[in-house]
Design a binder for this molecule. Structure first.
Ligand code: PGA
Length: 260
């Protein structure tokens, strides 16, 4: 049984003035919620402040990316160890916005995944097809390529510690989420691939999150699907009530019979 995981990806939102009340609201709103793991990924500049607020609560902290080197002459970058020092447990890697805007390649993402693991962080490897790729019937080809490349050279036991996120690019920030059936199809495919790369047991243990326009009113249906183990939430994670509602849906799905 996989514990659902709900991650708030704040992207480049959240000055300290905004981040503090948001993190406080999420922490307090989820104080009595059991059954789902929850993490917040604020911008780097708010990590320390948010970390202070969620310390000793059930809400974990994550970075939105990191460099592959432990230290070095990399102006503007943040190392995995720096994230660990601030209390991060997770790091998002290979988000489509970074692949597209910053030019992150599969090879680079792979190096980052390895570095994150070496520092004890849980990588959240993001994969997903564009609208054009889906139209051309290349959804499985795309996510398979990203998954295989992202996890290349990583031993099976180590893959077991990671998290995957299926985020169709056409669903991110568009208000057009993948249906539960569309997401389930890809999640099942990814789990099959994981099984091939590792073992059936490990593939069954790895959490695969869905991301892309997850909102308070569509989360319940998405997280109820047997292969969807939680959500990576962008826009809706910037509103306390919405994010808390999504996390509660995930917690409820964990206690309800799967697929019900
Ligand atoms: P969205 O973003 O929820 O705003 O669509 C999701 C993500 O990019 O992780």
């Amino acid at each position: 049984m996989r514990t659902p995981l709900v991650i708030g990806n704040w992207k480049m939102f959240g000055t300290l003035a905004e981040a503090r009340p948001l993190a406080t609201g999420v922490r307090d709103g989820l104080r009595r919620v059991r059954g789902a793991d929850v993490a917040l990924c604020p911008p780097f500049t708010a990590l320390a402040a948010v970390g202070e607020i969620v310390r000793e609560s059930a809400v974990a902290l994550g970075g939105q990316t990191c460099h592959w080197d432990a230290a070095g002459a990399h102006t503007g970058e943040i190392s995995p160890g720096m994230l660990v020092e601030l209390g991060c447990r997770y790091v998002l890697l290979g988000h489509s916005e970074r692949r597209k805007e910053i030019g992150e390649t599969d090879d680079l993402v792979n190096r980052k995944v390895k570095a994150a693991i070496a520092h004890g962080l849980t990588p959240v490897l993001c994969v997903g097809e564009t609208a054009e790729e889906r139209r051309q019937g290349l959804t499985f080809t795309t996510v398979e390529g990203q998954l295989r490349a992202g996890l290349a050279g990583i031993p099976a036991e180590t893959i077991a510690q990671g998290v995957l996120a299926y985020e169709p690019v056409w669903a991110i920030g568009t208000g057009q989420n993948a249906t539960s059936a569309q997401a389930s199809e890809v999640h099942g495919y990814l789990r099959g691939l994981l099984s091939e790369l590792t073992s059936k047991e490990i593939a069954q243990a790895v959490r695969i999150l869905y991301g892309g326009s997850v909102k308070a009113d569509n989360a319940a249906e998405l997280v109820a699907a047997p292969d969807i183990d939680g959500a990576l939430v962008g826009g809706a994670s910037l509103k306390v009530a919405d994010f808390v509602a999504i996390a509660k849906h995930a917690a409820r799905a964990a206690t309800a019979p799967r697929g019900a």
